[in-house]
Design a protein around this ligand. Structure first.
Ligand code: FAD
Length: 322
């Protein structure tokens, strides 16, 4: 047996690894929504997340507002954006242009998604990419053509993972095969769809690792504080909310009591994922900071030590934003 390598025994590689922190935002749909979003961005920035993801409408329905938000994040804040990109309804040529535009603006992280099929059940547009896997391959090709421009930072490509079966998929085993195929095509990490039961993230990790998925799988967690939002998300994603929690939230006597119940349930969900080895936590904010920050406050995540100059830059931004 060979002795442990110097890398394996290096003292700095032992101990608790820092946990990544990220938030999801969506491009605002009105000037009023933009104003409130920028208040939220200021509050979230103060927590020094590793990145914030910006959603993208299927078929590029909000391309301009998404690119504008990403640009402003890059130019006016200390935040690093992760740009979502969907391929449904767009040709490879159109997508290559968007990818090029994002890279030119300074984006170095893209979440490659298929996007939801049109509600009318119509066929995919002719010439449109079929699966997220195809989009990953396209991103890697665009990246390759610009490799000399990307010497100071390659593109990190993320994908979606599903703790409960994707609504169009025949089985959870098929979902894992798809995740493995996305990894083979060049995905660096995955973020999960929402899930509402504490065991679901650990189960996904067990299935994924057994099948050979090695990339980090970051749990996507939403604050479980609103009955209306939980039901709506359940309908949109096909993920069933927990009936007992819905009941408890609905029967809370006061707003403060409802918040306490919802935050407790979210913290339990996040802690279960962290106990199962989650490398990070991605909070679905719905462009609101208060409940996400309540959850964060109760979690005490081990976060990386930042340099004084970075902390000063964030503090300066807070002054400018106020
Ligand atoms: P895919 O991985 O392509 O999978 C789609 C379906 O096709 C699945 O049923 C899968 O099993 C099947 N499949 C995939 N590859 C193959 C194959 N090779 N052979 C056979 N079957 C296959 N939607 C948006 O519109 N905008 C967003 O910004 C957005 N952000 C999201 C962020 C996260 C973290 C998550 C989890 C979802 C997000 N979504 C977003 C929703 C997502 O677009 C939908 O869940 C969509 O239905 C599937 O996207 P996907 O990338 O998982 O697709």
């Amino acid at each position: 047996m060979s002795p442990p390598s110097l890398i394996e025994t290096h003292p700095n590689l032992s101990g608790t690894a820092p946990v990544a922190l990220s938030y999801e935002l969506f491009p605002p749909r009105s000037p009023k929504a933009a104003e409130s979003l920028w208040t939220t961005i200021g509050e979230l920035e103060a927590t020094d997340p590793d990145y914030v993801s910006v959603t993208y409408g299927a078929s590029g329905s909000n391309r301009d507002t998404a690119v504008e938000l990403i640009n402003r994040l890059l130019l006016e804040t200390t935040l690093r954006p992760l740009a979502h990109l969907t391929c449904v309804g767009n040709t490879p040529q159109e997508l290559a242009e968007i990818i090029g535009e994002l890279l030119d603006h300074g984006v170095r992280g893209i979440l490659a998604l298929r996007g939801d099929q049109p509600k009318d059940g119509g066929e995919q547009a002719k010439g449109s990419l079929r699966y997220a896997q195809d989009l990953i391959e396209l991103i890697r090709r665009v990246e390759q053509r610009r490799s000399a421009l990307l010497c100071a930072g390659k593109v990190a490509v993320g994908v979606a993972a599903y703790p409960t079966k994707h609504p169009e998929s025949p089985s959870e085993a098929h979902d894992i095969e798809v995740l493995l195929a996305k990894q083979r095509s060049g995905a660096d990490f995955a973020i999960t769809q929402v899930f509402f039961r504490t065991e679901q993230y650990a189960d996904l990790i067990t299935r994924a690792r057994r099948a050979g998925v090695t990339i980090p799988i970051v749990p996507g967690v939403m604050p479980l504080t609103s009955v209306r939002r939980l039901k709506r998300l359940g309908e949109l994603t096909g993920v069933e909310p927990v009936p007992e929690l819905l009941e408890q939230l609905a029967s809370a006597d006061t707003e403060a009591e409802r918040l306490r119940i919802g935050v407790r349930a979210t913290v339990d969900l996040a802690n279960a994922a962290l106990d199962a080895g989650a490398p990070g936590l991605h909070l679905y904010t719905f462009n609101e900071h208060a409940h996400a920050l309540e959850v964060l406050d109760k979690l005490a995540l081990p976060r990386p030590a930042r340099s004084i100059s970075r902390l000063n830059a964030i503090a300066r931004r807070q002054v400018l934003a106020s």
